[in-house]
Write a protein that binds this ligand. Structure first.
Ligand SMILES: [Zn+2]
Length: 112
């Protein structure tokens, strides 16, 4: 189906989990936490971000899982990382363009 609006997600950062042992291969410091910004889009142009999501992957055994399958230690680290990572400004593209158009129309009507 051809979807012109909805939501998408984009990776905005990847961080190594600190002193974390992979539950599958039991290797330490092989897990990377990737943070994604979820955002609404219209015609694939970002409107605004509304949530962050974390995924973890192990570089040793390639086990991957999303944040509802994290254990308590990884959940804690992922939440701290998600707090630090900001949504990139370009994910507000259409909102910024809309504000610029409104400002331009307002200025033009004042100058008349
Ligand atoms: Zn592993």
């Amino acid at each position: 189906m051809f979807i012109i609006y909805g939501w998408r997600k984009k990776m905005v950062g990847a961080f190594d989990a600190f002193l974390y042992k992979c539950p599958y291969c039991e290797q330490t410091n092989t897990t990377t936490i990737a943070v994604y910004s979820k955002y609404y889009h219209i015609f694939w142009l970002p409107l605004f971000p509304y949530a962050k999501e974390a995924h973890a992957g192990c570089s040793s055994c390639n086990a991957a899982r999303d944040d509802n399958k994290f254990g308590p230690e990884l959940t804690k680290q992922a939440k701290e990382i998600q707090k630090e990572v900001k949504h990139p400004v370009y994910l507000y593209l259409l909102t910024i363009l809309f504000c610029l158009v409104v400002a331009a129309v307002t200025v033009a009507s004042i100058l008349r």
